[in-house]
Design a protein around this ligand. Structure first.
Ligand code: GLN
Length: 194
């Protein structure tokens, strides 16, 4: 199994390091050719507008969207979640892949508190709480039908799954805990190959 990490900008190294430690073959995805070598893709946190621009420049935007719609497993963290979502309510003119039926507000947790940590209870990864790190995180303001909420913080969804798509407002690659990556790997293992 090989997992690609979208290699345009952002927390690329941290995801590669986490997957490496888990013994998973991994590489940066920067082109349609490298995308086709991956069994699943992680879209890291970073700056969603920069990643969006580079996705369009490389032709990855349309290719990735088509693949995800056909069942290709993808995990978007923070800015990655913004790129997957259907609607960006804070920046309604910002385009997105529109594959995950949620609405988000960029920087919805406020700019002044740029970053915080929270212990989350996430039943799908086990009983031990997960230390989640939020950095200028997007706020999920709506979750569509068919989208499962896997974790909440102060009553607001912060981790969701819809079929082959996993997304979180926070950065699991910055915690020394691989359980969310393991959950994504299980989704990749169980995905039908096309
Ligand atoms: N605020 C960033 C954006 O809107 C996301 C922040 C992050 O990924 N840590 O793209």
């Amino acid at each position: 199994m090989k997992i690609g990490v979208l290699g345009m900008q952002g927390d690329i190294e941290e995801h590669l390091a986490m997957l490496g430690k888990m013994g998973i073959g991994t590489f940066r995805v920067k082109s349609v050719k490298t995308l086709d070598m991956a069994d699943g893709l992680i879209i890291p946190g970073g700056e969603s507008t920069t990643m969006l621009r580079l996705l369009k420049l490389t032709g990855l935007f349309e290719e990735l969207k088509k693949k995800i719609q056909k069942g290709f497993p993808v995990y978007g963290t923070c800015a990655g979640m913004i790129l997957l979502s259907k609607k960006i309510v804070s920046h309604s003119d910002q385009d997105s892949l529109n594959v995950l039926d949620i609405s988000v507000a960029r920087n919805g947790y406020g700019r002044q508190v740029e970053s915080f940590e929270a212990e989350l209870s996430i039943a799908s990864i086990g009983e031990k709480p997960f230390k989640a790190i939020f950095i200028r995180a997007p706020l999920i303001v709506r979750v569509g039908k068919g989208v499962e909420t896997l974790a909440t913080y102060e009553g607001v969804p912060v981790m969701v799954r819809s079929g082959n798509i996993l997304a979180s407002s926070f950065h699991p690659e910055l915690s020394n805990d691989s359980r969310i990556h393991e959950l994504f790997l299980r989704m990749v293992k169980n995905a039908p190959r096309g």
